[in-house]
Write a protein that binds this ligand. Structure first.
Ligand code: HEC
Length: 190
């Protein structure tokens, strides 16, 4: 593609562009995570988010752009943009990970489990919403407490007794019910 008649500055510019594109392409991955490595668990959460959630969600701290940029080109499984969307407290994120978003219809359940789910949830709760638009009457994300994982885990421990094992297609071998434990308990007493 470098034409013989291309001027020297044009060739230099052309090579520079190719180099920049190559650098960008190879940078796809953990390089773009901007959470300091010193924050071990949050950094780990960001790396996991980049690998497992980034295809569907945007969050610049994990270097991901999976959310729809434009409603006309949006796809069915584009998830919310976490640069603008506040996801606090952490319990909310853990719930979404286990349930597959809040509706449990589009996002896959349990993309990460155990400690990885906790790390990802803490990362999302801490870093999501930093570009939340200022809307009168809407509480800013920075004013909402991140919450603790202990709080988050309290309700899910009751649901572990209602899980079934060995479901095909499940990453963990356990399938979390989409029905909250309390609703399920009531239903089973009918
Ligand atoms: C296949 C695409 C896909 C993947 C992978 C995915 N998500 Fe989602 N996510 C979605 C979609 C779509 C929604 C909206 C679901 C709905 O409303 O039914 C969603 C919703 C959410 C929500 C709730 C957001 C809100 O405010 O409504 C959270 C939190 C979330 N995802 C976190 C994650 C995390 C963390 C991961 C990685 C472990 C992840 N998602 C992986 C597509 C995905």
């Amino acid at each position: 593609m470098i034409l013989p008649r291309m001027s020297r500055p044009a060739k230099v510019l052309f090579s520079a562009v190719i180099f920049a594109v190559a650098a960008l392409v190879t940078a796809c991955g953990t390089e773009k995570v901007s959470v300091p490595q010193a924050q071990t668990a949050l950094h780990e959460g960001a790396v996991l988010f980049n690998q497992r959630c980034g295809g569907c969600h945007t969050l610049s701290y994990a270097g991901t752009h999976g959310s729809a940029q434009n409603v006309r080109t949006a796809q069915f499984n584009n998830g919310p943009n976490f640069d603008v969307r506040c996801e606090r407290p952490v319990a909310r994120v853990l719930y979404a990970i286990q349930n597959g978003g809040f509706s449990g219809v589009i996002m896959p359940q349990n993309v990460v489990v155990g400690q990885q789910a906790i790390d990802v949830a803490e990362f999302v709760a801490t870093y999501a919403g930093h570009k939340q638009p200022k809307i009168p009457g809407v509480v800013q994300c920075s004013q909402v407490p991140v919450g603790t994982v202990a709080e988050a885990l309290a309700p899910t421990t009751t649901t572990t007794t209602t899980t079934t094992t060995g479901s095909p297609g499940s990453l963990t071998g356990t399938t979390k019910s989409k029905v909250p434990a309390t609703a399920k308990a009531k239903a089973s007493h009918k």
